[in-house]
Ligand binder design. Structure first.
Ligand SMILES: *Cc1c(COP(=O)(O)O)cnc(C)c1O
Length: 384
């Protein structure tokens, strides 16, 4: 067994304050632990954050995406355009509702879906678009919605990583069509597991409520009825209480993440790693919430693989991650006709990307330590 150094820096770690922990204990003692008053309060607070739009909580960001598609009326025979560079749930949910995912390759600079390619992928069967704001960086929202309007397409924003991000001064969630957030443990705002859908009107919000719990329209002394095929996607009050405790800090969380991202850019500027071709993200310190800081490795200039690079980082007490291998290369997708070479930018990104530590409890000194480690490893294993 390898020993983990005491000062091990993980790539992500949630920040939960004592007030939240005490609040969770109160919920546990209250006698009502599943969906109830804490969820109502969480939905109200999220709605306020999103400019008053209706919000419904769910037990995962995957559930919100799937229900978002159902509310948009997406089903068998429909195509949904999305990016192959995302967490696999982004496109699994398209199959889940009986529709067909159509991928458009990423822009290698932003690492988000390339809007020219998205537009070129539209067919008469296209019903919706799922753009992903990878690491919290929004796509060009003006252009995205111009395309959606022109072709009469619904948009389900996969904003799982973008809570706290904005577009030209407007919060993600406060603008757009249907917006899907995840509150998974690693996300900028967590409820341990969870998610929320931001909707356009009360009819959509009511539909979301029904899909969330068995399609139930009424339940009580006068009997019970359900009128849509809903599932079991409700959030517990324990989880909602964690989310409420987090929401109080979201501005500070985002500020701290931007500060750390800035420190990464400073740390890599003119560095040996940069000279060897380590790729950096777009330096957007205004819109992005910096959910992650991802570099790409210049593997053609190094004598080690990505796995060996990550092992070297671990030996220096630094955790890293991979987000994400291109979705269309997974077995399920290959079996449905996708092949290597179809989306070269996403494939290359998936093969070379490494996520470096970035979380609110980190310091600028931690960032400097990570940059030094990347520099050392790249220098030591540079091809002559
Ligand atoms: C986390 C994530 C999801 C899914 O969220 P869960 O809450 O884990 O179900 C979907 N898309 C992206 C881009 C994500 O990062």
């Amino acid at each position: 067994m390898t020993q983990t150094p005491a000062s091990f820096l993980p790539f992500v770690k949630p920040e939960i304050d004592e007030e939240t922990i005490a609040g969770v204990v109160d919920v546990l003692r209250s006698g009502w632990i599943t969906t109830g008053p804490q969820n109502q309060a969480f939905e109200a607070a999220l709605s306020e954050y999103c400019g008053g739009r209706p919000v419904r909580t769910f037990n995962s960001g995957t559930a919100t995406l799937e229900i978002g598609l159902r509310i948009a009326g997406v089903g068998p025979g429909d195509e949904v355009i999305t990016t192959p560079a995302s967490w696999v749930s982004t496109s699994n949910v398209i199959y889940e509702v009986g529709a067909t995912p159509v991928f458009a390759d990423i822009d290698p600079i932003t690492r988000n879906i390339d809007l020219d390619r998205l537009e070129a992928a539209i067919t008469p069967r296209t019903k919706a678009i799922i753009p992903v704001f990878l690491t919290g960086l929004p796509v060009d929202m003006d252009r995205l919605y111009a395309i959606a309007r022109q072709h009469k397409l619904r948009v389900i924003e996969d904003a799982a990583q973008a809570f706290g991000s904005s577009w030209n001064g407007k919060r993600i969630g406060a603008i757009g069509d249907i917006v899907s957030f995840s509150f998974h443990a690693n996300k900028n705002l967590t409820s341990i597991e969870g998610g929320a859908l931001v909707l356009n009107n009360e009819d959509e919000a009511e539909l979301a409520r029904k899909y969330r719990l068995q399609g139930i329209t009424r339940i009580g002394l006068d009997g019970m009825d359900c009128d849509v095929l809903g599932g079991k996607y409700n959030l517990t009050d324990v989880a909602a209480r964690v989310g409420l405790g987090q929401l109080k800090h979201i501005e500070r969380f985002t500020e701290q993440r931007r500060k750390l991202a800035h420190a990464y850019f400073t740390g890599f500027e003119g560095s040996a790693a940069a000279k060897l071709g380590v790729g950096l993200p777009v330096a957007d310190l205004v819109n992005s919430n910096w959910h992650m800081f991802q570099i790409t490795l210049p593997l053609e200039n190094l004598t080690i693989t990505r796995a060996e690079f990550m092992e070297q980082m671990k030996e220096r007490g630094i955790g890293t991650g991979v987000h994400y291998p291109a979705i269309h290369l997974f077995t399920l997708y290959r079996e449905r006709g996708f092949k290597a070479g179809m989306f070269p930018h996403a494939e290359r990104f998936g093969e070379t990307t490494v996520t470096l530590p970035l979380f609110t409890l980190m310091s600028v000194a931690d960032v400097a330590r990570v940059c030094r480690a990347v520099d050392e490893i790249c220098t030591q294993y540079a091809k002559q």
